[in-house]
Design a protein around this ligand. Structure first.
Ligand SMILES: Cc1cc2nc3c(=O)[nH]c(=O)nc-3n(C[C@H](O)[C@H](O)[C@H](O)COP(=O)(O)OP(=O)(O)OC[C@H]3O[C@@H](n4cnc5c(N)ncnc54)[C@H](O)[C@@H]3O)c2cc1C
Length: 382
């Protein structure tokens, strides 16, 4: 997998083809793609694979995005998930669909452009698409091809395919050495030189990319997601609840929701510019901050909006989320000679297609057209 150089380096310097930093869903997808192309690749992670931003059991797969390029990526992402399902023999994206409130014709332009099936359902027929939702006063948008991503199953499948390429090591830095011979990676286990480095290290992307002169304005925030029991749930008999995006805010909050596979549980989180607690530049939370406040807002939302759920939470996850200034669906890749970095939010659904595109970048030492926008390397949501 990697070899030590003999040129007077005493075996402490190892040479590799491509180094992927991070064994989250993105890094693992890149490694999987490179392995299938026959590329010499090593994946570094200091923790258990899939325990960073990709942790937990569920994510929403939805097609609708404000930016039509993200709709196109979601379409390709789902095709990629279906291929991963074929290879793993497991369900990775369910068929629960997604329902959105507060959407109008302008919000579905991207869906129409990319031929994604969707429809508006009148409030009087809301039970047909979302049983257990309190009465709404406007139409609901339905994205029937959406569903709940089985996040843990996805990570397990990827680790099953590329586990032998993962080296457990913390990365201290990525730099371009003065001798110009590849990119140097300082790790807890050895010093590596790689032909190309892909930085897919989640919250640590800005720190590691700074070492090669790339400045990434990624903000990390603490986010709370309680989960709730679906009332009267019987496995295999109860109609699954859809994923939920409430942008209308008629119950006083804007939220997302997602079933947790077929566990009979449902997770809710707040969305919007004013939610979640940002970490300061020193990595600390502001004094006195508490995620219990947001958790209580969610409980009260469930009491008002979702009579189909028991409003007493059965558990809670407190997670870190990352966000670029351009918004919650913003995604961007950066490139400099020998190094490609990726950051954004809501990227789980895009992992199969981003894995291929970042593998292209590593092989060709340039960003593929699809990750480039107006020469800035940006693909940001408006
Ligand atoms: C609460 C929550 C809800 C979300 N909801 C959705 C959703 O509904 N739909 C959707 O598509 N996406 C969603 N997302 C976003 C999605 O989960 C992330 O965009 C995606 O998982 C990012 O994966 P990643 O591989 O880039 O990062 P990560 O999973 O964080 O992987 C990075 C890895 O790098 C490792 N690492 C970091 N620093 C170092 C270092 N110095 N040395 C070695 N290893 C290092 C970490 O240990 C980690 O394993 C959500 C995220 C959160 C947190």
């Amino acid at each position: 997998m990697s070899r030590s150089t003999s040129a007077g380096s005493g075996g402490h310097r190892r040479e590799i083809g491509v180094a992927v930093i991070g064994a989250g869903v993105l890094g693992l997808a890149v490694v999987d793609s490179l392995v299938r192309r026959g590329v010499d690749v090593v994946c570094f992670d200091g923790r258990v694979p899939g325990s960073g931003l990709s942790g937990g059991l569920t994510r929403t797969f939805r097609h609708r995005h404000d930016d039509e390029r993200h709709v196109a990526m979601a379409v390709d992402g789902l095709a990629g998930f279906r291929e991963w399902e074929r290879r793993s023999g497991r369900v990775l994206v369910g068929t629960e669909g997604a329902v959105y409130s507060g959407m109008g014709p302008a919000d579905v332009k991207g869906l129409a452009l990319h031929g994604v099936e969707h429809r508006f359902v009148e409030a009087s027929r809301q039970d047909e698409v979302f049983p257990g939702l309190a009465p709404v006063d406007g139409p609901l948008l339905v994205d029937p091809g959406a569903g709940a991503i089985r996040a843990r199953n996805t990570i397990d499948a990827l680790v099953g395919w590329v586990g032998d390429r993962i080296v457990q090591a913390d990365i201290h830095s990525v730099t371009v050495p003065r001798d110009g011979d590849g990119v140097e990676i300082q790790t807890t286990e050895a010093i590596y030189r790689a032909r190309h480095v892909v930085i897919a290290a989640g919250t640590a992307v800005p720190r590691l990319a700074r070492g090669v002169g790339i400045d990434i304005p990624l903000q990390s925030r603490l986010h709370v997601r309680p989960h709730f029991r679906i009332r009267g749930y019987e496995p295999g008999r109860t109609r699954p609840l859809p994923c939920w995006v409430d942008r209308a805010g008629i119950w006083g909050e804007t939220v997302y929701g997602s079933p947790i596979g077929d566990t009979g549980k449902y997770v809710i989180g707040l969305i919007g510019a004013e939610v979640d607690t940002p970490f300061g530049p020193d990595g600390a939370l502001p004094e006195g901050s508490s995620t219990l406040v947001d958790a209580q807002r969610i409980v009260e939302y469930v009491e008002r909006a979702l009579p189909g759920l028991d409003p007493e939470p059965v558990g809670v996850r407190v997670c870190v989320m990352t966000k670029l200034p351009a918004g919650s669906d913003a995604l961007r890749a950066w490139h400099t000679d020998g190094v490609t970095a990726v950051a954004g939010h809501n990227l789980f659904k895009m992992a199969p297609v981003l894995g291929e595109l970042l593998a292209d970048a590593a092989q060709n030492n340039e960003l593929p057209e699809r990750l480039v926008d107006a020469g800035a390397g940006a693909l940001d949501a408006p």
